[in-house]
Design a protein. Structure first.
Length: 438
């Protein structure tokens, strides 16, 4: 008996390339995948907001409760992911980069399986519901790539690097409501080599995901519109300073995080060998920092970031405190992204810079602080500029943003030679086979 089309072997990239039915299946897989991943990203955002709201209610009623529940949840999440779903750990972006290198391998299929994606979402929400300093953007990249891969497998379309990259890029677009940032992120971070057909696939999926997000969530600006600009005499001073400070601190964050993935010292190996205890300790640091900071460091930090961009003020300790909470959360290895928390840390350091430049618009200086630190962490200057320009509608700040990004990227490279996501992705890839000794 002949097998149905669903159970037949997925053709290799060279098979059926010119067949009309193959072309239809390929386009349908990309379009349907983008549609579903956009809906999932919107649902993820809504559930994330609910989780953070629930934590605020709990913390207001029992202010010291985080000292118990946050370390416990951190430890529990790490135990679950380490035991059953190791591919769901940490950000999600390194997993997509690793899978895109060779999407046909068993390891890559595991990183982008639907069960792994579901666990990623659930565990990220678990981190949010206890105040972990995580974002949903990195996890959305992995979840979106997994959905795109699933649709291509369902319709028997070969899984190529372009498919993985397109799914991840569409996840960024849907998470931030930033279509251009999705394309820039694909070029700069996810794709080692960028071919024309990949560009078309990326832009197509981003357009579908963006239209769905626009139709359901509306035409919103993620951090609110920022109308301030800086005169040229301020730009030539503030932009380099923001770039240097952000590059140094952001590079330090990346270096510390990467150091724990490849331990060089005995004490690092000892810590890494006890992941559950390490996660509980990190959770205790996050809880203590949040209580001392009056709750400003919990979660993504979205509200504080938006307020600072709009010219309001918060405690001058917010930036350093948020840095500590985000570093502790990331070092725990728990699922959750660092995009939004890093932008929040940058806003806090931007507020410190604004004190040093009182004659310039606070919101504009804060924006440059966000740019400097964010680029210092992720080393993706083009993506950072596009994200901040789209999330704040600050088109008048594009040249200062570019200047800050270039300085921060150069300074961060001096502090941490490896790019964060690519360094983390390397740890997920199998060791290359050594040739036999003669």
């Amino acid at each position: 008996m002949k097998k149905s089309w669903f159970f037949r072997k997925v053709p290799t990239p060279g098979e059926e390339r010119g067949a009309p039915l193959y072309v239809v299946r390929r386009r349908l897989a990309a379009g349907a995948g983008a549609l579903v991943l956009a809906l999932v990203a919107i649902l993820f955002a809504a559930l994330g907001d609910m989780a953070q709201h629930a934590f605020r209610v709990l913390q207001e009623r029992w202010p010291l409760a985080p000292l118990v529940i946050t370390p416990a949840f951190f430890a529990g999440v790490i135990y679950v992911t380490n035991t059953w779903y190791s591919g769901a750990k940490s950000s999600g972006i390194p997993q997509v980069i690793a899978a895109a290198k060779n999407p046909q391998t068993v390891d890559s299929r595991s990183l982008l399986s639907l069960p792994t994606a579901l666990v990623k979402m659930i565990m990220t929400l678990a981190m949010m519901i206890v105040g972990g300093s995580v974002g949903r953007e990195g996890p959305a990249v992995q979840v979106s790539a997994a959905i795109m891969v699933a649709f291509h497998r369902l319709l028997r379309v070969p899984i190529t690097s372009g498919v993985v990259i397109a799914g991840g890029a569409a996840g960024v677009a849907a998470a931030f409501n930033t279509p251009l940032a999705g394309v820039a992120f694909a070029i700069e971070e996810l794709a080692a080599g960028f071919e024309q057909r990949v560009a078309v696939l990326v832009m197509g999926t981003v357009v579908v995901a963006g239209l769905v997000s626009l139709g359901i969530a509306g035409d919103y600006v993620y951090f609110g519109a920022m109308r301030s600009t800086l005169p040229i005499e301020s730009v030539v001073v503030v932009a380099p300073v923001a770039g240097i400070v952000g590059g140094l601190v952001g590079g330090l964050f990346s270096r510390m995080l990467l150091a724990m993935t490849k331990p060089r010292y005995a004490w690092q190996t000892a810590i890494k060998s006890r992941p559950v205890l390490m996660a509980a300790t990190c959770g205790l640091v996050v809880a203590t920092t949040g209580i001392i900071a009056g709750g400003s460091t919990w979660g993504t930090g979205y509200e504080a970031t938006r307020a600072l961009i709009e010219g309001e003020t918060t405690s001058l300790w917010f930036g350093p405190a948020k840095f500590l909470a985000t570093l502790a959360t990331a070092l725990s290895g728990a699922p959750g992204g660092i995009f939004a928390p890093s932008l929040s840390v940058g806003a806090g350091f931007g507020q410190l810079l604004a004190v040093a430049f009182p004659d310039d618009p606070t919101g504009a200086v804060v924006l440059l602080g966000m740019m400097g630190y964010f680029v210092g962490v992720v080393r993706a200057p083009l993506t950072a500029v596009v994200i901040l320009m789209e999330t704040t509608a600050s088109r008048g700040m594009i040249l200062p943003l570019f200047a800050t990004a270039l300085v921060a990227d150069g300074v961060s490279a001096l502090v941490c030679r490896d790019k964060l996501y690519h360094g983390l992705a390397t740890a997920l890839m199998p060791e290359p086979e050594q040739p036999p000794k003669s």
